[in-house]
Design a binder for this molecule. Sequence first.
Ligand code: PA5
Length: 367
Amino acid sequence: MSKQILDDPEKIEAIDKSKMLSFCVNAARLYGEGASLAAKIQVSYPTPDNIIIAGMGGSGIGGDLLKDWARNKLEVPIEVNREYALPQYAGKKTLVLITSYSGDTEESLGAFLDALKRKCMIFCVSSGGALLEHAERLRVPFLRVPGGMPPRAALPYLFIPLLLGLEKMGLVSGASEELSESLKLLGKISKDNAPEKPATENFSKTLASNVGKTAPVVYGFGIYRAVAMRYKQQFNENSKIPAKWEVFSELNHNEIVGWENAGELGKSFSAVFIRDEEEPVEIRTRIEITKELVGKLGLRSYEVQGQGKSVLAKMLSTICIGDFTSVYLAILRGVDPTPVKTINYLKDARKRNGVREKILEELAKLH
Ligand code: PA5
């Protein structure tokens, strides 16, 4: 796909009408604001036996990032819940973090109701909606974040408070230092991938143009599991293309066979490998063999390298590149990255079946 359009500010402005690109350009500032918001968190819960983060789409991904980041630090199990109800083990000793940017997402409200019924320790992060209305009345602690953004662009406001909130509770350590490193790095990445940087020197513009008309398949591993998921979500919602994500080494046990007879179909996909200078040797060899295999089977392969020293910096640096790439790809495809009309259509259609009303009625009865 021709990259020229990405060097034309007028064309970018005409397509990116609601300025999704500005969230990528301002990543360092927004993640810094996420930290300032987190400073307001006041919780006095005892150490939980387990943690559940309940959220969907752009709000749920923060939970997955937290889970990956905390894997080698947190002493208690952590799970992301994308159901209307919580898993059976959830109870009084479970810390439930409800994240919904709008505060009106049906599944998140259902999980909130279930957490209340099970007398879990609850904390909500949202810009408002029914979630905060009920949290306020029921005296459930919450953090209100600024509204008016697409939920996926509000990741810094949703994820960083979860991270620093756990640190405040003494459940993890090192988050603040890792965030300081990340903010410096994000400032640099945003400059290097900004619209003013010509495509010839701009990694994200180049990756977007390479992915072009294909459907990206994003391969992550370890700390880049949820990062790969975020890429897929951003390609879907910003670029409006089908995309999928998989993780090493599981993908070597099924996914890889799927390309065997793909034939012409294989040419419709590109593989994007998330890599890291410090990737474990067992993963490195798997990535290299897989790259070779998918290449032979007709897929084009690209790589994104994690940057920085800390786990958080590595995660946020790759996310920032993916966010930029998905917006540039939208621009190349001539689609406005911001509106998600199918999600909105579905949410409206769901409202008509009464499930949401029933959840809200039950919540109201608890006052
Ligand atoms: O990015 C989006 O718009 C969606 O993925 C939403 O995040 C998702 O539908 C959940 O909505 P909310 O984030 O308001 O809870």
